[in-house]
Write a protein that binds this ligand. Structure first.
Ligand SMILES: NC(=O)N[C@@H](CC(=O)O)C(=O)O
Ligand SMILES: [Zn+2]
Ligand SMILES: [Zn+2]
Length: 443
Protein backbone atom coordinates (compact mmCIF):
# COMPACT_ATOMS: atom_id res chain seq x y z
CA UNK A 1 0.00 0.00 0.00
CA UNK A 2 1.36 3.39 -1.00
CA UNK A 3 -0.02 6.80 -0.17
CA UNK A 4 0.71 10.42 -0.93
CA UNK A 5 -0.41 13.10 1.52
CA UNK A 6 -0.33 16.19 -0.65
CA UNK A 7 0.24 19.80 0.27
CA UNK A 8 -0.40 19.77 4.02
CA UNK A 9 1.47 21.78 6.63
CA UNK A 10 3.81 19.20 8.09
CA UNK A 11 4.43 19.85 11.78
CA UNK A 12 7.08 17.53 13.14
CA UNK A 13 8.49 18.35 16.59
CA UNK A 14 11.38 15.86 16.36
CA UNK A 15 12.94 17.85 13.51
CA UNK A 16 11.08 21.10 14.16
CA UNK A 17 9.90 20.91 10.56
CA UNK A 18 7.04 23.33 9.88
CA UNK A 19 6.58 23.45 6.11
CA UNK A 20 4.06 22.77 3.42
CA UNK A 21 5.18 19.48 1.87
CA UNK A 22 4.06 16.12 0.50
CA UNK A 23 4.51 12.94 2.52
CA UNK A 24 4.99 9.67 0.67
CA UNK A 25 4.09 6.54 2.63
CA UNK A 26 5.11 3.05 1.58
CA UNK A 27 4.46 -0.27 3.34
CA UNK A 28 3.60 1.33 6.65
CA UNK A 29 6.55 3.71 6.76
CA UNK A 30 7.22 7.28 5.75
CA UNK A 31 9.43 6.94 2.70
CA UNK A 32 9.91 10.50 1.49
CA UNK A 33 9.01 14.08 2.40
CA UNK A 34 9.35 16.88 -0.13
CA UNK A 35 7.76 19.35 -2.50
CA UNK A 36 5.61 18.16 -5.39
CA UNK A 37 6.36 14.47 -5.07
CA UNK A 38 5.32 12.63 -8.19
CA UNK A 39 5.22 9.03 -6.91
CA UNK A 40 2.45 6.85 -8.35
CA UNK A 41 0.41 5.67 -5.39
CA UNK A 42 -2.66 3.65 -4.41
CA UNK A 43 -4.17 6.56 -2.52
CA UNK A 44 -3.77 10.34 -2.70
CA UNK A 45 -4.94 12.46 0.24
CA UNK A 46 -5.39 16.14 -0.52
CA UNK A 47 -4.22 17.91 2.65
CA UNK A 48 -4.10 21.52 1.48
CA UNK A 49 -4.95 23.78 4.43
CA UNK A 50 -4.60 20.89 6.90
CA UNK A 51 -1.97 20.14 9.53
CA UNK A 52 -0.05 16.89 9.08
CA UNK A 53 1.16 15.89 12.54
CA UNK A 54 2.54 12.74 14.12
CA UNK A 55 -0.34 10.52 15.28
CA UNK A 56 -1.42 11.50 18.76
CA UNK A 57 -0.24 9.40 21.71
CA UNK A 58 -2.52 9.22 24.74
CA UNK A 59 -0.69 8.17 27.89
CA UNK A 60 -3.93 7.72 29.81
CA UNK A 61 -7.13 5.93 28.78
CA UNK A 62 -9.54 3.48 30.38
CA UNK A 63 -10.83 0.79 28.01
CA UNK A 64 -12.70 -1.15 30.76
CA UNK A 65 -11.76 -4.47 29.18
CA UNK A 66 -11.77 -7.05 30.76
CA UNK A 67 -14.70 -6.79 33.13
CA UNK A 68 -16.68 -3.68 32.30
CA UNK A 69 -17.32 -4.23 28.59
CA UNK A 70 -20.70 -2.51 28.84
CA UNK A 71 -18.75 0.76 29.31
CA UNK A 72 -16.09 0.21 26.60
CA UNK A 73 -14.11 -2.61 25.05
CA UNK A 74 -10.60 -2.70 23.64
CA UNK A 75 -12.16 -2.59 20.17
CA UNK A 76 -14.63 0.28 20.72
CA UNK A 77 -11.89 2.14 22.57
CA UNK A 78 -9.57 1.71 19.59
CA UNK A 79 -12.23 3.15 17.28
CA UNK A 80 -12.77 6.12 19.59
CA UNK A 81 -9.02 6.71 19.68
CA UNK A 82 -8.76 6.59 15.88
CA UNK A 83 -11.65 9.09 15.62
CA UNK A 84 -9.75 11.37 17.94
CA UNK A 85 -6.50 11.25 15.93
CA UNK A 86 -4.69 8.89 18.32
CA UNK A 87 -2.46 6.15 16.95
CA UNK A 88 -1.11 4.89 20.28
CA UNK A 89 -2.81 4.74 23.68
CA UNK A 90 -1.81 3.46 27.09
CA UNK A 91 -4.67 1.61 28.80
CA UNK A 92 -4.88 1.83 32.58
CA UNK A 93 -5.11 -1.37 34.62
CA UNK A 94 -8.20 -0.71 36.78
CA UNK A 95 -10.21 -3.43 35.06
CA UNK A 96 -11.80 -6.61 36.41
CA UNK A 97 -9.63 -8.51 36.96
CA UNK A 98 -7.03 -5.83 37.57
CA UNK A 99 -4.10 -6.02 35.15
CA UNK A 100 -1.56 -7.26 37.67
CA UNK A 101 0.00 -10.17 35.79
CA UNK A 102 1.24 -10.94 32.25
CA UNK A 103 -1.84 -13.02 31.33
CA UNK A 104 -4.13 -10.00 31.46
CA UNK A 105 -1.57 -7.88 29.61
CA UNK A 106 -1.48 -10.55 26.88
CA UNK A 107 -5.28 -10.71 26.77
CA UNK A 108 -5.53 -6.97 26.02
CA UNK A 109 -2.64 -6.94 23.56
CA UNK A 110 -3.99 -9.96 21.67
CA UNK A 111 -7.45 -8.43 21.47
CA UNK A 112 -6.02 -5.16 20.18
CA UNK A 113 -3.93 -6.99 17.58
CA UNK A 114 -6.98 -8.88 16.33
CA UNK A 115 -8.36 -5.62 14.93
CA UNK A 116 -6.78 -3.43 12.28
CA UNK A 117 -6.38 -0.16 14.07
CA UNK A 118 -4.27 1.74 16.49
CA UNK A 119 -1.65 0.58 19.01
CA UNK A 120 -2.89 -0.28 22.49
CA UNK A 121 -0.28 -0.69 25.19
CA UNK A 122 -1.48 -2.11 28.48
CA UNK A 123 -0.12 -0.50 31.64
CA UNK A 124 0.48 -2.86 34.56
CA UNK A 125 -0.83 -2.25 38.07
CA UNK A 126 1.61 -1.50 40.88
CA UNK A 127 0.04 -3.83 43.43
CA UNK A 128 -1.91 -7.09 43.25
CA UNK A 129 -5.59 -6.35 42.69
CA UNK A 130 -4.74 -2.65 43.24
CA UNK A 131 -5.12 -3.44 46.91
CA UNK A 132 -2.00 -1.54 47.87
CA UNK A 133 -0.48 -4.29 49.99
CA UNK A 134 1.60 -6.59 47.78
CA UNK A 135 3.53 -5.80 44.59
CA UNK A 136 2.09 -7.05 41.30
CA UNK A 137 4.20 -9.12 38.89
CA UNK A 138 5.89 -5.99 37.52
CA UNK A 139 8.77 -7.79 35.77
CA UNK A 140 6.38 -10.27 34.16
CA UNK A 141 4.14 -7.52 32.82
CA UNK A 142 7.06 -5.51 31.46
CA UNK A 143 8.32 -8.69 29.81
CA UNK A 144 4.86 -9.07 28.22
CA UNK A 145 5.10 -5.55 26.83
CA UNK A 146 3.73 -3.17 29.44
CA UNK A 147 5.35 0.23 28.85
CA UNK A 148 4.75 1.52 32.39
CA UNK A 149 3.14 0.76 35.74
CA UNK A 150 0.36 2.68 37.42
CA UNK A 151 -2.18 2.27 40.21
CA UNK A 152 -4.48 4.76 38.44
CA UNK A 153 -7.85 5.15 40.08
CA UNK A 154 -6.05 5.47 43.39
CA UNK A 155 -2.68 6.16 44.96
CA UNK A 156 -0.54 3.52 46.63
CA UNK A 157 -0.86 4.99 50.11
CA UNK A 158 1.80 2.74 51.65
CA UNK A 159 4.97 4.70 50.90
CA UNK A 160 7.28 1.77 51.55
CA UNK A 161 5.52 -0.41 48.98
CA UNK A 162 5.45 2.44 46.46
CA UNK A 163 9.19 3.04 46.93
CA UNK A 164 9.82 -0.67 46.25
CA UNK A 165 7.77 -0.43 43.05
CA UNK A 166 9.66 2.67 41.98
CA UNK A 167 13.00 0.94 42.50
CA UNK A 168 11.82 -1.91 40.28
CA UNK A 169 10.59 0.55 37.66
CA UNK A 170 13.93 2.35 37.71
CA UNK A 171 15.75 -0.95 37.19
CA UNK A 172 13.42 -1.94 34.35
CA UNK A 173 13.68 1.52 32.77
CA UNK A 174 9.93 2.17 32.72
CA UNK A 175 8.07 5.18 34.10
CA UNK A 176 5.61 5.11 36.97
CA UNK A 177 2.36 6.89 36.06
CA UNK A 178 1.10 8.42 39.28
CA UNK A 179 -2.50 9.10 40.23
CA UNK A 180 -2.07 11.53 43.12
CA UNK A 181 -4.85 11.50 45.71
CA UNK A 182 -4.59 11.27 49.47
CA UNK A 183 -7.50 8.95 50.08
CA UNK A 184 -7.86 9.90 53.74
CA UNK A 185 -8.18 13.58 52.92
CA UNK A 186 -10.86 13.07 50.22
CA UNK A 187 -13.41 12.40 52.91
CA UNK A 188 -16.34 11.72 50.58
CA UNK A 189 -15.74 14.77 48.34
CA UNK A 190 -17.35 14.69 44.91
CA UNK A 191 -16.27 18.02 43.36
CA UNK A 192 -13.78 20.81 44.02
CA UNK A 193 -14.04 22.43 47.41
CA UNK A 194 -15.03 26.04 46.69
CA UNK A 195 -17.97 28.45 46.51
CA UNK A 196 -19.66 26.25 43.89
CA UNK A 197 -19.60 23.16 46.11
CA UNK A 198 -21.08 25.29 48.90
CA UNK A 199 -23.78 26.55 46.54
CA UNK A 200 -24.64 23.00 45.51
CA UNK A 201 -24.31 21.73 49.08
CA UNK A 202 -21.89 19.03 47.98
CA UNK A 203 -18.80 17.74 49.81
CA UNK A 204 -15.59 19.19 48.35
CA UNK A 205 -12.15 17.87 47.40
CA UNK A 206 -9.42 20.36 48.31
CA UNK A 207 -6.26 20.90 46.24
CA UNK A 208 -4.15 19.41 49.03
CA UNK A 209 -5.68 15.98 48.30
CA UNK A 210 -3.65 16.03 45.08
CA UNK A 211 -0.74 18.25 46.07
CA UNK A 212 0.33 16.25 49.11
CA UNK A 213 0.78 13.07 47.06
CA UNK A 214 2.46 14.94 44.20
CA UNK A 215 5.02 16.25 46.71
CA UNK A 216 5.46 12.79 48.22
CA UNK A 217 5.85 11.08 44.86
CA UNK A 218 8.40 13.63 43.63
CA UNK A 219 10.44 12.98 46.77
CA UNK A 220 10.16 9.22 46.24
CA UNK A 221 11.30 9.64 42.63
CA UNK A 222 14.28 11.62 43.86
CA UNK A 223 15.08 8.88 46.36
CA UNK A 224 14.64 5.92 44.01
CA UNK A 225 15.79 7.45 40.71
CA UNK A 226 12.69 6.27 38.86
CA UNK A 227 10.99 8.17 36.05
CA UNK A 228 7.84 9.65 37.53
CA UNK A 229 4.98 10.79 35.30
CA UNK A 230 2.22 12.67 37.09
CA UNK A 231 -1.26 11.87 35.79
CA UNK A 232 -4.08 14.37 35.30
CA UNK A 233 -2.54 17.34 37.15
CA UNK A 234 -5.28 19.80 38.06
CA UNK A 235 -3.89 22.26 40.59
CA UNK A 236 -1.82 25.42 40.50
CA UNK A 237 0.68 24.03 42.98
CA UNK A 238 1.18 20.89 40.93
CA UNK A 239 2.70 23.12 38.24
CA UNK A 240 5.00 24.84 40.74
CA UNK A 241 6.14 21.52 42.18
CA UNK A 242 6.85 20.04 38.74
CA UNK A 243 8.83 23.14 37.84
CA UNK A 244 10.94 22.90 41.00
CA UNK A 245 11.48 19.16 40.59
CA UNK A 246 12.68 19.64 37.03
CA UNK A 247 15.03 22.43 38.12
CA UNK A 248 16.53 19.99 40.61
CA UNK A 249 17.04 17.42 37.89
CA UNK A 250 14.48 14.93 39.22
CA UNK A 251 13.11 12.73 36.43
CA UNK A 252 9.57 13.99 36.45
CA UNK A 253 7.05 14.64 33.69
CA UNK A 254 3.44 15.73 33.90
CA UNK A 255 0.19 15.56 32.00
CA UNK A 256 -2.86 17.80 31.85
CA UNK A 257 -6.30 16.74 30.56
CA UNK A 258 -8.41 18.95 28.27
CA UNK A 259 -11.28 19.20 30.76
CA UNK A 260 -8.92 20.59 33.39
CA UNK A 261 -7.67 23.40 31.14
CA UNK A 262 -11.09 24.12 29.61
CA UNK A 263 -13.59 24.10 32.48
CA UNK A 264 -13.81 25.30 36.08
CA UNK A 265 -16.15 24.08 38.80
CA UNK A 266 -18.32 27.12 38.07
CA UNK A 267 -19.19 25.48 34.75
CA UNK A 268 -20.91 22.57 36.50
CA UNK A 269 -24.45 22.59 35.16
CA UNK A 270 -27.72 21.66 36.68
CA UNK A 271 -29.03 18.29 35.69
CA UNK A 272 -30.89 18.49 32.38
CA UNK A 273 -33.45 15.69 32.27
CA UNK A 274 -32.73 13.21 29.53
CA UNK A 275 -34.36 9.87 28.95
CA UNK A 276 -32.45 7.10 27.23
CA UNK A 277 -34.15 3.84 26.31
CA UNK A 278 -37.10 4.77 28.48
CA UNK A 279 -34.99 4.98 31.63
CA UNK A 280 -36.61 7.38 34.07
CA UNK A 281 -34.84 10.31 35.62
CA UNK A 282 -33.93 9.58 39.22
CA UNK A 283 -35.39 11.71 41.98
CA UNK A 284 -32.19 12.63 43.79
CA UNK A 285 -30.33 14.51 41.04
CA UNK A 286 -28.40 17.62 42.06
CA UNK A 287 -26.05 18.51 39.19
CA UNK A 288 -24.97 17.09 35.83
CA UNK A 289 -22.72 14.16 36.67
CA UNK A 290 -20.92 14.55 33.33
CA UNK A 291 -18.97 17.21 35.20
CA UNK A 292 -17.84 14.72 37.82
CA UNK A 293 -14.35 13.41 37.39
CA UNK A 294 -11.26 12.77 39.46
CA UNK A 295 -9.42 15.04 40.03
CA UNK A 296 -12.34 17.47 39.89
CA UNK A 297 -12.72 20.65 37.83
CA UNK A 298 -10.88 23.32 39.80
CA UNK A 299 -10.88 27.12 39.89
CA UNK A 300 -9.90 29.82 37.39
CA UNK A 301 -6.51 30.26 39.08
CA UNK A 302 -5.77 26.55 38.67
CA UNK A 303 -6.87 26.54 35.01
CA UNK A 304 -4.69 29.56 34.29
CA UNK A 305 -1.66 27.94 35.93
CA UNK A 306 -2.17 24.73 33.92
CA UNK A 307 -2.36 26.65 30.63
CA UNK A 308 0.76 28.63 31.45
CA UNK A 309 2.50 25.45 32.59
CA UNK A 310 1.76 23.84 29.22
CA UNK A 311 2.87 26.98 27.38
CA UNK A 312 6.12 27.24 29.32
CA UNK A 313 7.08 23.59 28.85
CA UNK A 314 6.65 22.70 32.52
CA UNK A 315 3.72 20.43 31.79
CA UNK A 316 4.78 17.99 29.08
CA UNK A 317 1.80 16.09 27.82
CA UNK A 318 -1.91 16.42 27.07
CA UNK A 319 -3.65 13.15 27.87
CA UNK A 320 -7.38 12.42 27.94
CA UNK A 321 -8.03 10.18 30.98
CA UNK A 322 -10.81 8.80 28.75
CA UNK A 323 -13.11 7.25 31.37
CA UNK A 324 -16.29 5.89 29.79
CA UNK A 325 -19.33 5.04 31.90
CA UNK A 326 -22.83 3.95 30.86
CA UNK A 327 -25.81 6.27 30.84
CA UNK A 328 -27.24 4.29 33.77
CA UNK A 329 -24.01 4.71 35.79
CA UNK A 330 -24.11 8.48 35.39
CA UNK A 331 -27.88 8.93 35.57
CA UNK A 332 -27.90 9.63 39.28
CA UNK A 333 -26.76 12.17 41.85
CA UNK A 334 -23.28 13.67 42.13
CA UNK A 335 -22.70 11.67 45.28
CA UNK A 336 -23.65 8.35 43.73
CA UNK A 337 -22.27 8.67 40.18
CA UNK A 338 -18.81 7.29 39.38
CA UNK A 339 -15.98 9.73 38.59
CA UNK A 340 -14.90 10.07 34.96
CA UNK A 341 -15.68 11.46 31.52
CA UNK A 342 -14.81 10.37 27.97
CA UNK A 343 -12.12 12.35 26.22
CA UNK A 344 -10.63 10.66 23.18
CA UNK A 345 -12.93 12.28 20.65
CA UNK A 346 -12.82 15.81 22.06
CA UNK A 347 -9.14 16.21 23.00
CA UNK A 348 -7.77 17.58 19.71
CA UNK A 349 -10.50 20.18 19.10
CA UNK A 350 -10.41 21.35 22.72
CA UNK A 351 -6.64 21.63 22.66
CA UNK A 352 -6.76 23.57 19.41
CA UNK A 353 -9.67 25.82 20.47
CA UNK A 354 -8.51 26.56 24.01
CA UNK A 355 -4.74 26.49 23.73
CA UNK A 356 -3.75 27.22 20.13
CA UNK A 357 -6.48 29.76 19.32
CA UNK A 358 -6.23 30.93 22.94
CA UNK A 359 -2.60 31.90 22.31
CA UNK A 360 -0.98 29.44 24.73
CA UNK A 361 0.46 26.90 22.29
CA UNK A 362 1.80 27.11 18.77
CA UNK A 363 0.61 24.36 16.40
CA UNK A 364 4.08 22.81 16.81
CA UNK A 365 3.67 22.74 20.58
CA UNK A 366 0.28 21.09 20.13
CA UNK A 367 2.02 18.30 18.21
CA UNK A 368 4.63 18.08 20.98
CA UNK A 369 2.12 17.83 23.82
CA UNK A 370 -0.20 15.45 22.01
CA UNK A 371 2.41 13.15 20.53
CA UNK A 372 6.14 13.69 20.54
CA UNK A 373 6.65 14.35 24.25
CA UNK A 374 4.80 11.17 25.21
CA UNK A 375 6.97 9.18 22.78
CA UNK A 376 10.07 10.66 24.45
CA UNK A 377 8.86 9.84 27.97
CA UNK A 378 8.04 6.29 26.90
CA UNK A 379 11.25 6.03 24.83
CA UNK A 380 9.17 4.91 21.87
CA UNK A 381 10.28 5.29 18.27
CA UNK A 382 7.00 6.96 17.28
CA UNK A 383 5.60 10.48 17.19
CA UNK A 384 8.04 11.45 14.45
CA UNK A 385 7.31 11.96 10.74
CA UNK A 386 10.57 11.24 8.94
CA UNK A 387 11.72 8.84 6.24
CA UNK A 388 12.21 5.43 7.84
CA UNK A 389 9.77 6.04 10.67
CA UNK A 390 6.40 4.31 11.13
CA UNK A 391 3.66 6.18 9.29
CA UNK A 392 1.53 7.17 12.29
CA UNK A 393 0.00 10.42 11.12
CA UNK A 394 -2.97 12.62 11.93
CA UNK A 395 -4.37 15.07 9.42
CA UNK A 396 -6.18 17.92 11.14
CA UNK A 397 -8.34 20.71 9.73
CA UNK A 398 -7.65 23.84 11.81
CA UNK A 399 -10.49 25.76 10.14
CA UNK A 400 -13.46 23.47 10.77
CA UNK A 401 -15.99 25.04 13.16
CA UNK A 402 -18.74 22.78 14.50
CA UNK A 403 -20.57 21.64 17.60
CA UNK A 404 -19.41 18.56 19.49
CA UNK A 405 -22.04 15.83 19.14
CA UNK A 406 -21.75 12.96 21.61
CA UNK A 407 -24.10 10.88 19.46
CA UNK A 408 -21.39 10.70 16.81
CA UNK A 409 -18.79 9.24 19.19
CA UNK A 410 -17.35 5.84 18.33
CA UNK A 411 -16.85 5.27 22.06
CA UNK A 412 -19.57 3.44 23.96
CA UNK A 413 -19.35 6.28 26.48
CA UNK A 414 -21.43 9.39 25.98
CA UNK A 415 -20.47 10.89 29.33
CA UNK A 416 -19.09 14.24 28.26
CA UNK A 417 -19.71 17.77 29.52
CA UNK A 418 -18.83 19.07 26.04
CA UNK A 419 -21.93 17.96 24.09
CA UNK A 420 -23.16 20.94 22.04
CA UNK A 421 -20.01 23.01 22.64
CA UNK A 422 -18.79 24.94 19.59
CA UNK A 423 -15.17 24.18 18.77
CA UNK A 424 -12.63 24.72 16.03
CA UNK A 425 -10.43 21.99 14.58
CA UNK A 426 -11.29 18.56 13.30
CA UNK A 427 -9.45 15.30 12.80
CA UNK A 428 -9.86 14.46 9.10
CA UNK A 429 -7.71 11.32 8.81
CA UNK A 430 -5.89 9.07 11.21
CA UNK A 431 -3.21 6.89 9.69
CA UNK A 432 -1.58 4.12 11.68
CA UNK A 433 1.34 2.14 10.29
CA UNK A 434 0.36 3.43 6.86
CA UNK A 435 -3.30 2.32 7.10
CA UNK A 436 -6.16 4.79 7.16
CA UNK A 437 -7.91 3.86 10.43
CA UNK A 438 -10.23 6.87 10.46
CA UNK A 439 -11.49 9.15 7.73
CA UNK A 440 -13.93 12.00 8.35
CA UNK A 441 -16.86 11.43 6.02
CA UNK A 442 -18.51 14.75 6.78
CA UNK A 443 -21.81 13.39 8.10
N1 LIG B 1 -10.54 9.97 36.26
C1 LIG B 1 -11.67 9.49 36.67
O1 LIG B 1 -12.54 10.26 37.08
N2 LIG B 1 -11.93 8.16 36.68
C2 LIG B 1 -11.04 7.11 36.29
C3 LIG B 1 -10.02 6.80 37.33
C4 LIG B 1 -8.86 7.73 37.36
O2 LIG B 1 -8.35 8.18 36.32
O3 LIG B 1 -8.36 8.05 38.45
C5 LIG B 1 -11.88 5.89 35.97
O4 LIG B 1 -11.33 4.78 35.85
O5 LIG B 1 -13.09 6.02 35.77
ZN1 LIG C 1 -6.44 8.76 38.06
ZN1 LIG D 1 -7.45 7.57 34.77
Amino acid sequence: MTMLIKGGRVLNPATQMDEVADVYVENGYVAKIGKDLKEKVDRVIEAKGYYVMPGFIDMHVHFRDPGFEEKETVITGMHAAAHGGFTTVLAMPNTKPVVDNPDVVNYVHNKARSERGIHVLQVGAVTKGQKGTELADIEGMVEAGSPAISEDGKSVMNTQIYAEAMKKAAKLGIPVLAHCEDINLVNGGVMNSDSKSKELGLPGICNAVEDIIIARDIMLAKETGCKLHLCHCSTKDSVTMVQHAKMEGIKVSAEVCPHHFTLTSDDIKEYVPEIENGIMIPQDVDADTNYKMNPPLRTKADVQALKEGLRDGIMDVISTDHAPHTFQDKNTSMKKAPFGIVGLETAACLTYSELVLGGYLTPMQMAEKMSYNAAKILEMDRGDIQPGKAADIVIFDPKAVYKIDKNKFASKGRNTPFHGREVTGKVMYTICDGDIVFEEKGN
